[in-house]
Design a protein around this ligand. Structure first.
Ligand SMILES: Nc1nc2c(c(=O)[nH]1)N[C@H]1C(S)=C(S)[C@@H](COP(=O)(O)O)O[C@H]1N2
Ligand SMILES: [Mo]
Length: 418
């Protein structure tokens, strides 16, 4: 792998390469010990006897058991807390449903869909009630979109960098295909009165999660999600129905949706005042922060996926924005002295995770890996210093700063501030 280095293949400093070079030589990453011929002749045990039988539902390989969510509850509770997606072990833009992050305020209710109904009432001409089966008869829509908890990456406000993995630090974001009924259809059927301006959405869990949503968002792209990645929602993600608000803070996508009350003003619930609001250093809080900002992360390499040799590596990560499509992602391996555009797969989808990749030759020196996303409305992912500016101490919601991973000379990676 050495000896081929020429200036023409460099995309930026410290070994960041043009992708076309990586495409030509990427195969060198494969081991050369076993020649193609001998590996073709090899007959391992599983080729000599019939394999296992069919099963009702598939499971991952036993060799992939380390790929799991990291779950933690608040002390003294079992159901109040979060489980984080193992971002550094995943590729592409879809999070398998069993690995989608979960955030509950009072555990997962076991809802019998035969007994659950959604009530739509308040400032409407005709109050309505729906079972999940009723909702499935409406025209459904499907979109691949991200969901991110407003508290994701909150550990990054710590005065000195917390040493942890990508998934512990940032695993409260996932991507799915969500299918459901556009909520606007149901509102049209109920007939919104002129006084109706907001909707108060509440869940059927004992936390009684409840959020106020302006009708403009409902008419834009809100759905009642019934399916996730092709199957009915899993209990932890809101079975049998949830509100899904593309690009907005996860908290507002109320799970186990039970009531939608149309009102003339927001309700100022506990979940939008004491929590999920951004406190400034002046002591004044923002009323609502709905849109998730533009953000990106290098998921590989990252802490725990340490470098075991010098040479070529594929830098891979995710980028997303609550405002729409990702336009570009730049990558740096020298702490921001120089940058190169990463490769984006196909056409980035709006309000979806977008996968980016870059090729890097690690020459054994200390390096700092960064990614910086720009979205289609021109928002550029801020530095940590920019995000922290004007925040009250301890205010951790909606953190979208540039993440820096330092590669040490022994190949180990760690979270650093630049
Ligand atoms: N009813 C109800 N809805 C809820 C919550 C909850 O605890 N109860 N948690 C919220 C939060 S904080 C987030 S980030 C998302 C998480 O959705 P997920 O668990 O499907 O990832 O659901 C939101 N909706
Ligand atoms: Mo959240």
């Amino acid at each position: 792998m050495s000896g081929q280095h020429t200036d023409s293949i460099d995309a930026a400093g410290n070994g960041l390469l043009h992708r076309r070079f990586f495409l030509k030589t990427g195969a060198l990453a494969a081991t050369a010990l076993m020649t193609a011929q001998s590996s073709a002749r090899d007959r391992p045990a599983w080729m000599n006897a019939p394999g296992k039988g069919m099963s009702a539902a598939g499971e991952p390989s036993q060799y992939e058991k380390h790929v799991k969510r990291l779950a933690a509850s608040r002390p003294g509770t079992t159901g109040s807390g979060a489980s984080r997606s193992p971002l550094e072990h995943l590729e592409g833009i879809i999070t398998p449903s069993r690995l989608h992050f979960e955030r509950h305020h009072s555990g997962i209710p076991e809802i019998d869909p035969g007994q659950h109904r959604l009530a739509l009432f308040g400032e409407v001409a005709r109050p309505l009630s729906f079972s999940a089966e009723d909702l499935c008869r409406y025209p459904l829509v499907s979109n691949i979109q991200f969901l991110e908890c407003s508290g994701n990456s909150g550990a990054m406000i710590a005065p000195s960098p917390v040493e942890n993995s990508c998934s512990i630090l940032h695993g409260l974001v996932s991507g799915s295909e969500w299918s459901g009924v556009p909520l606007a259809l149901l509102l049209d059927e109920a007939g919104i009165k002129a006084s109706g301006k907001w909707i108060i959405a509440s869940g059927a869990d004992s936390a009684r999660m409840s959020r106020s949503i302006p009708l403009s968002k409902i008419y834009d792209d809100a759905i009642i999600a019934l399916y996730q990645n092709g199957e009915r929602l899993r209990p932890g993600n809101g079975y049998p129905m949830r509100l899904f608000l593309p690009g907005w803070e996860g908290n507002a996508s109320v799970k186990w949706l039970k009531t939608l009350q149309v009102t003339d003003q927001p309700a100022m619930t506990k979940d939008e005042t004491s929590k999920y609001s951004d406190l400034g250093e002046t002591g004044k809080a923002e009323l609502f922060t709905f849109d998730m900002g533009v953000k990106s992360l290098i998921t590989s390499p990252s802490p725990g996926l340490d470098l075991d040799r010098q040479g070529l590596y594929q830098i891979s990560g995710i980028a997303w924005s609550g405002a729409g499509r990702i336009k570009k992602v730049e990558v740096s391996t020298d702490g921001g002295s120089s940058w190169a555009d990463a490769h984006l797969d196909a056409q980035p989808l709006p309000k979806s995770l977008t996968r980016f990749r870059a090729a890097w030759r690690w020459q054994g020196g200390q390096s700092v890996l960064l990614s910086r996303a720009t979205d289609e409305v021109g928002q550029v992912q801020p530095t940590r210093a920019q995000v922290m500016k004007g925040r009250a101490p301890g205010s951790f919601y909606h953190y979208n700063g540039i993440q820096a991973w330092q590669v040490q000379t022994d190949g180990k990676l760690r979270n650093v501030y630049v």
